[in-house]
Design a protein. Structure first.
Length: 623
């Protein structure tokens, strides 16, 4: 949600910011704006509701010249998507320009106090409060100190720190100040910020994607840190530790990771990326010598992990569906009890949790607010907390006791595809690891590794269904409801397939365990409501076939995803999509691919914005 790009250096700031904000469109937004430090240290501002292209046209007509600026894409939380509510916001008598990601929970109280002090608000946002509050603390400072005696930046840092101490909630902030025209101030609590280090220039952004092509040196800000960013220098202070030494890390991201190449949409590109991303996720993590998986970041010994008696997997959305598959995998391979919890519910529940319980928080972005809160709650109670996420330096990656990175590369499309299958791969390897330290035999471990090694090629073969799925999408693009059914390993696949369709085509769709249809949802079946059956071969195949016949008996159209060589389903289904035959525990990998493609093509045919669906954001950083 929301995006920040800021720049200071020798380039035109608007060129950097507009390109960077375009790369952040995947996060979801409804307005955009920039502020550039202009002549006589006055702010030049352009902002608008709507898309970045509209903002770019405004700037083309009225250029904003300058080498220091802040930019923002907003996803509305307080106030509608209007010109007034768009960022940047000004504080005081236009002394401060500010962009903000996150939510200030006590903004109403602070707003009332500031109005009593004579401040006038121009927007309905919580963000404008921060700008005025910092101005208030600057005005309380010593005039002589502000005029430049001693460290010229100390009054600025003191005022910013005093204002931040009053905030409750989350923030990622980038700020400009008329009195200090050569500096960007960045601050973070619960909302990610990174700083790109260049040659005589620096960049600030919500994540690393806007920095690709400009620099491969990056600084991840931590919570409660404030960065004073100038063209040639960065100084970082911490609320409790004072000035701290920042660590510059290498940015392992290439330009092709954030380019469309020859694809019309990022989502389609990322669907076709999955053979490669699965290889990247598994690379170096499977050992035939020990018939197990190898992880370097768990920070717990095999002896400690052997004492675990229960696993909690917590997540939201697509990651929650991956967790459901993980539950089947870990329970089958390791005979270890697993609970899958919605993070948004776990954070407010007070469930009895055994002492020897470990938590895995599963998240693509590493910033999901509910998942982060659930992790903190279990960590507060003394349980080991591990993360499965895709973004290095993210909040959850930093706060977990250890974890596993997906290595899936940046995922630009809002509807997750390649990150989902990479999550499944990590969970399969984790199940193998737990199984091998408990009861799973060496031979069984080798068979699992063999199957995993074959998986990227199986996904490549599955992608050959693309044209057939497109034909089926043309047949059903005008329906208003769809049902998705599967059992055992493919019940989560049904849920995920339905979610993909909802997210990007705005069609109503629901996923169910196939046997549950007769307990209510079968009332929805008619000739205008197609049902997608995920029915590869497996020990529940005959049971699902019975459910399919129940749908056909009531006149419902059936789309079936089946294993190659299956002739039985074809006699009943209206449309059949054949996928490679794999080990049963790998069926969720191959069966989700045609469902991703089906959702994609239906959305395209319906004229939907596939990569940026309405009302959605890639990184859900608010509750």
């Amino acid at each position: 949600m929301c995006g920040i790009v800021a720049y200071i250096g020798k380039r035109q700031a608007t060129d950097v910011m507009i390109e960077g904000l375009r790369r952040l469109e995947y996060r979801g937004y409804d307005s955009a704006g920039v502020a550039v430090m202009g002549p006589e240290h006055c702010f030049q501002i352009a902002k608008t509701p709507g898309r970045i292209e509209t903002l770019a046209e405004i700037i083309d007509q009225h250029p904003l010249a300058g080498g220091i600026g802040i930019g923002h894409t907003r996803w509305a939380t307080h106030g509608a998507a209007t010109q007034e509510n768009s960022h940047p916001h000004l504080g005081g008598d236009a002394a401060i320009a500010l962009v903000h990601n996150g939510v200030i929970e006590n903004y109403q109280t602070l707003k009332g106090q500031l109005e009593d002090e004579g401040y006038v608000f121009q927007s309905a946002t919580d963000s404008e409060v921060v700008a005025h509050l910092i101005d208030f603390h600057l005005r309380q400072g010593d005039d002589e100190a502000i005029s430049g005696n001693g460290d010229p930046y100390q009054p600025l840092l003191t005022a910013v720190a005093a204002a931040l101490a009053q905030l409750r909630g989350t923030y990622g902030l980038a700020m400009l100040f008329r009195r200090w025209p050569d500096v960007i101030v960045a601050a973070r609590l619960g909302s990610p910020l990174v700083i790109g280090v260049g040659n005589g220039e620096h960049f600030v952004a919500s994540d690393a994607s806007p920095l690709v092509g400009y620099t491969d040196q990056i600084v991840y800000l931590a919570d409660h840190q404030i960065a004073l960013v100038r063209a040639h220098e960065i100084n970082v202070t911490h609320r409790d530790l004072g000035e701290v030494r920042h660590c510059i890390e290498h940015l392992a991201m290439e330009s092709q990771d954030v380019s469309l190449e020859d694809f019309p949409h990022y989502m389609l590109k990322e669907i076709f990326d999955q053979p490669r991303t699965l290889q990247d996720t598994m690379r170096g993590r499977l050992s035939y010598d020990d018939a197990t998986a190898v992880f370097g970041g768990l920070n717990l010994s095999p002896q400690q992990l052997r004492q675990v008696n229960r696993v909690i997997l917590t997540a939201c959305g697509t990651s929650w569906h991956a967790a459901l598959v993980g539950e089947y995998l870990i329970e089958e391979f390791a005979r270890l009890p697993v609970e899958v919890e919605y993070a948004s519910e776990l954070r407010y529940r007070n469930p009895p949790v055994d002492r020897d319980t470990i938590l895995f928080a599963i998240t693509q972005s590493g910033e999901t607010a509910d998942t982060l809160a659930a992790l903190r709650e279990l960590k507060r109670k003394g349980h080991p907390t591990l993360a499965i996420c895709n973004v290095v330096g993210s909040s959850i990656a930093q706060e977990a006791d250890g974890g596993i990175y997906l290595h899936a590369g940046p995922e630009i499309g809002v509807a997750s595809t390649k990150a989902y299958t990479s999550q499944l791969a990590v969970l399969a390897m984790l199940a193998l690891y737990f199984g091998r330290i408990r009861h799973l035999s060496f031979e069984a471990g080798c068979r699992i590794i063999d199957a995993l090694h074959e998986l990227p090629e199986k996904i490549q073969q599955t992608l050959a269904v693309h044209d057939e799925v497109k034909r089926i999408a043309e047949k059903y693009a005008d329906v208003t409801n769809m049902l998705y059914l599967g059992r055992h390993y493919n019940f989560p696949t049904a849920l995920e397939g339905a979610l993909k369709l909802k997210e990007i085509s705005y069609l109503h769709a629901e996923g169910y365990p196939a046997a549950e249809m007769k307990h209510g949802p079968i009332a929805l079946v008619d000739q205008h409501t197609p049902t997608v059956f995920v029915i590869p071969q497996g020990f529940v195949y005959d049971k699902v076939m019975s459910n399919l016949e129940e749908i056909k008996a009531r006149g419902g159209p059936v789309i079936a995803v089946v294993g190659e060589g299956d002739t039985r389903v074809a006699r009943l289904a209206d449309d059949v999509i054949y996928v490679p035959v794999v080990e049963e525990f790998l069926e969720p990998f191959v069966s989700i691919v045609p469902l991703q493609l089906l959702a994609y093509h239906i959305a395209v045919l319906r004229g939907c914005d596939v990569d940026k669906p309405r009302n959605l954001a890639k990184s859900v950083t608010v509750e």
